[in-house]
Design a protein around this ligand. Sequence first.
Ligand code: PEP
Length: 255
Amino acid sequence: MARWPMVAGNWKMHKTAGEGAILTQNIDPLVSTIWEDVEIVVCPPFTALKSVSTVIELDKLKMGLGAQDVYWEDEGPFTGAISPRMLVDLRCDYVIVGHSERREFFGETDETVNKKVHAVFGAGMVPIVCVGETLATREAGETEPFVRGQVRAAVDGVSVEDAGRLVIAYEPIWAIGTGRTPTPESANDVARSIRATIGAVFGQPAAVAVRVLYGGSVKPENATMFFGEPDIDGALVGGASLDADSFARISEAAR
Ligand code: PEP
């Protein structure tokens, strides 16, 4: 069965609750004819999840909702943390886990990524697990072993059924927000390697089912090139997801 392409917008630390609701309402009419062909997901900051969720529910939008992070406990003395249960309550479908900015600025490790992956699946949501190499790792020719290691660590102990539902975003760190990208062929090589890793751990059906996104300076102008690659099932989009027209054009390209 063909995989359902996904385009997910990572709004990072942008948009207030009100601005997020307006952006969501602006995206909707631009993508109204492609819902069935492409799964479209927006990932606002925590403080805009409620307003965006309300727009999605009241206007009956077919857009999916994702958070940008989560803590792994359901409740307790963890000041500032947000639990999976709280995200489910806001009707989140997805949670971005292990984004390189979380790894770099907030102490995320392979071990905490794995705990979060389990917590997200445990709550009935799906993690969008981010992996990707630094420029130094790429220049050392170590990209694929490095990324395979990140994938193995992230999915350790996950069930075969959940493995097939995973979304993995391959995001070379040096391409995020820089305007630089790998060639589509080289991004596909890493995506294929990620799929093969899932296959080695969980078997061929999970490898065929897992969706692998490319992320890093995806724009309307370059999206089609990446989406033409056989192991790339869509994109995780940062900067360009903050503009309704750009995000819609990227989503259209994924069709
Ligand atoms: C991201 O941070 O997930 C990302 C892909 O950012 P950008 O599209 O801005 O490079």
